[in-house]
Design a protein around this ligand. Structure first.
Ligand code: PLP
Length: 344
């Protein structure tokens, strides 16, 4: 892969914004900051945030065993995804490949950035049709989006498929691992230095229990991170988010305990769902949700709503006819769900 050929020309030549504090943030001495027109009265939030979120990255690099300079943080995964489009995809010219049924945001951002979204459906086992994907690639294909474990299907993509795409595609292979902490499979983070075209996404929104603070994480080569750093809004992760992430990430034991609790609940729910008469299929899940196929998705969705339970109706998605996606809740919530389903 030739990274230089992937980057948009305007990104190569543009000058990035140089923020007031950047050069002096690491100063050894206690400096007097009269450079950024802030209100000087200290209240914990009167200063602009660290543009490089160094403390959060340090902690993440220890937890995930990745080098700090291979991490980019953003205002949720959405922002980081958007940066990828803006760095590498030329509007009205380039294209990306997505594999429905999958996370809707890849397609939305493709549209927003005027990038053609070539959709290659997963096969009946929800695995990528690798040959078909590679046959869709042309000289303007910049990114292939993979989601593993996949939303909404819940399965992980096989290693063979991922390796074949990494080895045979000259653009970026973006692997969305939003649900990796619920999976029995290893993260691909350990391979990040073996494949220069591999970009991995994770998030604090799911297993880590911090959807509200909006912190998306991208891991890639130092070279790719440098391109994205050049174009990201300088203060894209606010101080409240950085502080909250630091506080919570100090106690990963608590987080992993919650994740095991959710796993136990998932197994319980899986068995119980199999016993509901109108549920035709319960798909295995490596995530914190379960996809089910029912007799009539719209009807069952509505009935649950009437009982005060909101799930996700996925029936309009390809390969997901009459499918509903259910997030694993607390044990009381799951029990209420099961008891409701059994009397519908
Ligand atoms: C929830 C989810 C995300 C996370 O998005 P954030 O913007 O970080 O909250 C990313 N990818 C997939 C597939 C998801 O389901």
């Amino acid at each position: 892969m030739d990274l230089d050929k992937l980057i948009r020309d305007n990104i190569k030549t543009m000058q990035s914004y140089s923020s007031a504090r950047d050069e002096f943030q690491d100063a050894e001495e206690k400096m007097i900051y009269l450079d950024a027109n802030e209100n000087p009265n200290e209240n914990g939030i009167n200063r602009y945030p660290d543009t490089q979120q160094k403390s959060v990255k340090k902690l993440l690099s220890e937890i995930k065993k990745v080098s700090k300079n291979q991490i980019l943080l953003g205002n949720g995964s959405d922002e980081v995804l958007d940066l990828l489009f803006r760095a590498f995809c030329e509007p009205n010219k380039d294209n990306v490949i997505t594999l429905p049924p999958t996370y809707g945001m890849y397609g939305v951002l493709a549209n927003l950035n005027a990038i053609e979204n070539k959709e290659v459906l997963l096969n009946d086992e929800f695995e990528p049709n690798v040959e078909q994907i590679l046959s869709e690639v042309n000289e303007n294909t910049k990114i292939i989006f993979l989601c593993s474990p996949n939303n909404p299907t819940g399965n992980s993509i096989s290693d063979e498929s991922i390796v074949t795409l990494l080895k045979n595609f000259n653009g970026l292979v973006v692997l969305d691992e939003a649900y990796i902490d619920f999976s029995s499979k290893e993260s691909w983070l350990t391979e990040i230095n073996d494949y220069p075209n591999l970009v991995i996404f994770q998030t604090l929104s799911k297993a880590y229990g911090m959807a509200g603070i909006r912190l998306g994480i991208l891991y890639a080569s130092i070279e790719i991170i440098a391109v994205l750093n050049k174009i990201k809004p300088p203060y894209n992760v606010n101080i409240l988010t950085q502080n909250k992430a630091l506080e919570k990430l100090e106690n990963t034991k608590k987080i992993f305990k919650q994740v095991s609790g959710i796993q136990i609940e998932k197994e319980f729910l899986f068995k119980q769902l199999l016993q509901v008469k109108f549920i035709e299929k319960v798909y295995p899940s490596d995530a914190n949700f379960i996809l089910i196929k029912v007799d009539n998705a719209n009807k069952r969705y509505q009935q649950l709503l009437e009982n005060g339970i909101v799930i996700r109706n996925r029936t309009t998605q390809p390969l997901c006819e009459n499918c509903l996606r259910i997030t694993i809740g607390t044990s009381a919530e799951n029990l209420k769900l099961i008891n409701t389903l059994k009397v519908l």
